[in-house]
Design a protein around this ligand. Structure first.
Ligand code: BF8
Length: 620
């Protein structure tokens, strides 16, 4: 079992799943092996019905698909489709948040008052919307309208592109990869990858970059910024993490998925005195709301809600036998959950019309009537508490405290209102650079091992780590999100952390919140008057698996930040595509991808990159 995870609670629950006769993601991975070699190399194509086609990687079979596409075209098309799917996922999430803001401003979503008026006004100013003397409702109406337009804007570029340093904007314009409209880029990517349209791998990858940029500086940024307006901008907060946060004597509800529209209101519904009374009548001491994956990150960032785990722990939470309901919305939710739940008493409740699960109970979540729907859902969990079988319950004791909530605004506040102290620390070398560590778990790799090994090496070398997504949850579970973890950092970073009272790894939120990291990168570049690609920065997704991660990696590289992938992307079937991504892109966008499965070696790549960038800036 220890080859599957470094997390003791995961190992314990995999063992329990085995003895309970439950099939998990690791069993299904084993059943898939050996996995398709053509798929791993990215050289199979199902884009038309003359196929499916595949290219022989050894050169003694088919070198072209039926239409004539070669490996370069097929690999590039597959990659661009993955980027489009990832960008669409983040951006459609963003659209949901703007629609809620619009409904709130129109008076149709009374349970979603605007929580951060200052942020609303700051964003309105970015969009040149008049603020002085106007009501919050009117400003919100205008802002929601303009942000919704970003999905199909005809002005030719997205608003948040203006946050990017001028040099980078000029570069994007010269390459014709400035994102023009979020939906437009996704649609054009699907069009170009249809049989017989764009067949040039360079042209395809440039479109992939533009689509990814419409995610990072469009859909994701919109999701982050407007979530802050609606639910509050995060500030430092403490909580606990891992499966040990489940309570034997309470109704346990896990919120899993991505959109805070659902999770935030359930957190409030669970405090309803009437529901708490009903829980007590059932014999429970209370209602314990926990998060999982990115919706877990949304509510831990804003409310310090306990987070039960990251991607690979979703089935295992059910295996504890102590979860009364898992409430899901969209993305990263395994379709196996209802099947696992059928062996216990756990209810799986789906809520999004976009994401239904055979075997789950569906309660359509309606933002116009949010609190009532939320109460109804919580009540189902409360009622289910008495169906628990005590003999099936085994909650691992593993849990760890965390400090999270590092929005850009919170970082600025910790620094006394300006980025200058951070820039000075980088200049002096107390902080040698910053690395964003993000992304998923992947059952092909030992859970959390790459995240933690990579992060520990970096902080030891005075590199500040900023994290999001399941990577940040891995850090939470291992104590790296505590100020005390500064003892593991090098002398320079340790002294900065101690003087500010912050951990050496800053949790910046969910995966759409990588836009926060990009905003800091752009702001630091603007302070120094350089391009983002000149800064001592790197990105990494040590255990990535989702198409969203492909989009993220691509917009981070296209923004000028060297990015290390810890799991192998399906591009090796084309030497040209792999070469462009790992070397040629340097001349195009000033950054490349590296692929390194060994996290210690990956850390060395990041450290060397940061050293080289510091030298080029004239820093020691
Ligand atoms: O958006 S890190 S497994 S939960 S895809 Fe999914 Fe990956 Fe986790 Fe969040 Ni991001």
């Amino acid at each position: 079992m220890s080859d599957k995870s470094v997390d003791q609670s995961t190992i314990k629950m995999i063992k329990k799943a085995k003895s309970d006769g439950i099939e998990t993601v690791w069993d299904r991975l084993a059943a898939q092996e050996p996995q398709c070699g053509f798929g791993q190399l990215g050289i199979c194509c199902r884009n038309c019905n003359m196929g499916p086609c595949r290219i022989d990687p050894f050169g003694d079979g088919a070198s072209h698909g039926v239409c004539g596409a070669n490996a370069d075209t097929i690999v590039a098309r597959n990659l661009v489709r993955a980027i489009a799917a990832g960008a669409a996922s983040h951006s459609d999430h963003g659209r949901g948040i703007v629609s809620t803001l619009l409904a709130s401003a129109q008076g149709h979503a009374p349970d979603y008052p605007i929580k951060d008026e200052a942020k609303l006004k700051a964003l309105a100013a970015e969009y040149s919307i008049a603020v002085e003397g106007r009501s919050v409702k009117d400003i919100a109406l205008d802002l929601a309208g303009q942000v919704l337009d970003e999905f199909g804007t005809r002005k030719g570029f997205l608003q948040f592109v203006n946050r990017v340093p001028e040099k980078r904007r000029a570069l994007w314009n010269s390459l014709d990869i400035t994102p023009r409209g979020i939906d437009r880029e996704v649609v054009e990517s699907m069009h170009r990858t249809h049989v017989g349209v764009d067949n040039d791998y360079v042209s395809l990858i440039l479109q992939g970059m533009r689509t990814a940029l419409s995610d990072g500086w469009g859909g994701s940024a919109i999701a982050t910024e407007l979530s802050d307006v609606l639910f509050g901008t995060p500030s430092p907060v403490k909580g606990t993490s891992n499966l040990g946060v489940l309570r034997e004597d309470q109704v346990n509800i896990i919120l899993h998925g991505h959109e805070p529209t659902l999770s935030d209101i359930i957190v409030h519904a669970a405090r309803d005195p009437e529901l708490l009374k009903e829980a007590r009548e059932k014999g429970a001491a209370g209602i314990n709301i926990c998060g999982m994956c990115c919706t877990g990150n949304e509510i831990l960032m804003r409310h310090g809600v306990p987070v039960a785990g990251n991607f690979l722990q979703q089935e295992l939470a059910i295996v504890t036998g102590a979860v009364d309901a898992i409430i899901v919305d969209i993305q990263c939710i395994m379709p196996s959950l209802p099947q696992v739940a059928s062996c216990y008493h756990t209810k799986i409740i789906s809520t999004s019309p976009k994401a239904k699960f055979p075997g789950a109970e569906h309660i359509s979540f309606d933002e116009h009537n949010a609190m009532n729907t939320a109460r109804k859902i919580v009540r189902l969990a409360v009622e289910n508490y008495s169906n628990r079988s005590p003999e099936k319950v085994s909650i691992p004791s593993d849990q760890m405290e965390y400090m999270a909530g590092f929005s850009v605004e919170a970082i600025l506040e910790a620094l006394g209102g300006s980025l200058n102290p951070l820039v000075d620390a980088i200049k002096s070398g107390s902080i040698r650079g910053i690395v964003g560590v993000v992304g998923c778990n992947n059952p092909k790799y030992k859970q959390d091992y790459s995240h933690l090994t990579f992060v520990r090496e970096l902080i030891k070398n005075d590199i500040l780590v900023v994290g999001t997504g399941c990577a940040a949850i891995a850090c939470a579970k291992s104590g790296l999100l505590l100020p005390a973890a500064a003892s593991e950092a090098g002398e320079g970073l340790r002294s900065v952390c101690r003087s500010l009272g912050i951990p050496p790894v800053l949790h910046m939120g969910s995966c759409v919140d990588i836009s926060r990291i990009m905003q800091v990168a752009a702001a630091v570049a603007n302070v120094l008057g350089v391009d983002i690609s000149d800064l001592p920065l790197a990105g990494a997704a040590p255990e990535w698996m989702s198409e969203k991660a492909v989009s993220i990696g691509t917009y981070v590289v296209s923004s000028g930040i060297f990015t290390i992938l810890g799991t192998i992307p399906p591009v090796l079937g084309s030497k040209n595509v792999a070469g462009l991504l790992t070397s040629g892109a340097e001349k195009v966008v000033g950054a490349v991808f590296a692929v390194e499965e060994d996290p210690a070696a990956a850390a060395l790549l990041a450290i060397n990159h940061i050293t080289a960038k510091r030298k080029a800036l004239g820093l020691g």
